[in-house]
Design a protein around this ligand. Structure first.
Ligand SMILES: C[S@@+](CC[C@H](N)C(=O)[O-])C[C@H]1O[C@@H](n2cnc3c(N)ncnc32)[C@H](O)[C@@H]1O
Length: 362
């Protein structure tokens, strides 16, 4: 459908239209295939809605015609929300009140079905900025895990970009596909999900020197550096997210040893919330203290050598025995049971079906 002023104007952009007919503005999913229209206007069946009670406790529900949200404190009918604007406050059968809002990306990734640990929103934000993920960029990512980072990367590259995400485990790929399709209301036009080990599969799918940005979130990024350096364009950015300092150090040494990268930069981000009420203004007592470290470098032009301070080999360099130490067990990675993975994949598929149903209705 060709967008026209009638079908692209939204109440949020035109307060006069919203005042006259707030619920009559049908979103045009075809004109905005990656879900911009789905994030606006009145709440619709198939959508996820986040309910927050007076104590700040949150529940996420998927709206269905005639649906009900039951707690030990009464019943809320989905009809009280469908067709109404975001941000309304509704009361259940026992008089308990809830604030209703569409989940933001940061809320969605923390509540979606997952198999592996996800990249937290604070780190996804850093990755997008520090790796300079731009609209239209050609990006590769591995592994996909639950697809949390893929969602942020897709938001950043947009419809004109290209994200190819590699995952070596089929169950994780299935969970990620479900989550991405739920988030965007269907397949994202810029996304390709490739099953396989990045070190082997990257060269089969991307020509040497054609990838703008590479993002690795995996146990052993050093095993993939050769393939990534080959795929990256000169000036391209590699960023790796790792959970432990031992992985960080091995990744840094492997980047230096490869010789095709600039001197790597390493950092972490801590976000501390604040309690701000009247004169009681202080940091929150609790915070997410550690998630992971980021390490980033750029691809040199072929045949060039990086400029960096000369180092002497020291006895702190790795021995061959040390290099055997990076096993999932040694790094404290917990195995996920097949049963849990199957359940997460089922939930992700079912949510994606609801979201697709809603997009079709739109
Ligand atoms: C921590 S999870 C990724 C989480 C993901 N970034 C997210 O935000 O949801 C790591 C994933 O990398 C995958 N993986 C590890 N090594 C890989 C490789 N060499 N190629 C492809 N996938 C790999 C694992 O199977 C696992 O699913």
């Amino acid at each position: 459908m060709t967008p026209s002023p009638e079908n692209t104007t939204h109440p949020a952009d035109d307060p006069e239209a919203a005042r006259k007919a707030p619920d009559a503005q049908a979103p045009d999913a075809a004109a905005e295939p990656v879900g911009a229209a789905r994030r606006r206007g009145p709440l619709r069946p198939g959508e996820r809605v986040q309910l927050t009670d007076e104590r700040g406790r949150m529940s996420t529900i998927t709206l269905v015609e005639d649906g009900q949200f039951h707690t030990h404190r009464g019943v809320l009918h989905h009809e009280q929300l469908i067709g109404r604007p975001e941000g309304i406050v509704v009361e259940n059968s026992a008089g308990f009140r809830y604030q209703a809002l569409r989940p933001l990306l940061k809320d969605f990734v923390l509540s979606m079905p997952r198999g592996a640990a996800v990249v937290y929103p604070k780190d996804a934000g850093q990755i997008i900025t520090m790796a300079d993920i731009f609209p239209g960029a050609r990006v590769i990512e591995a592994g996909v895990g639950s697809g949390a980072l893929s969602i942020s990367l897709l938001r950043a590259v947009g419809e004109s970009g290209h994200l190819r995400s590699f995952e070596r485990r089929e169950e994780f790929a299935e969970i990620a596909r479900g989550n991405v399709e739920t988030m965007f209301g269907g397949p994202h036009p810029a996304w390709e999900l490739t099953l396989g080990d990045l070190a082997e599969a990257l060269g089969e799918h991307e020509e040497p020197g054609t990838v703008d940005r590479a993002v690795l979130d995996m146990l052993a990024p050093w095993e993939c550096l050769d393939a990534v350096a080959t795929a990256l364009t000169p000036g391209g950015v590699l960023i790796c997210y790792v959970a432990t300092v031992t992985q960080l150090s091995r990744t840094a040494e492997a980047m230096r040893a490869d010789g095709r990268f600039t001197e790597p930069e390493s950092f972490e981000t801590m976000v501390r919330g604040w309690h701000v009420e009247g004169l009681a203004v202080r940091p929150d007592h609790r915070m997410v203290a550690h998630t992971g470290f980021l390490i980033s470098a750029r691809r040199l032009a072929d045949g060039e050598q990086r400029l960096a301070p000369k180092r002497r080999a020291s006895k702190t360099d790795y021995t061959a025995e040390d290099l055997e130490a990076w096993t999932p067990q040694a790094l404290g990675e917990r195995a996920v049971s097949d049963r849990k993975l199957r359940r997460a994949a089922r939930d992700a598929r079912s949510l994606a079906r609801h979201a697709a149903g809603q997009a079709e209705e739109d």
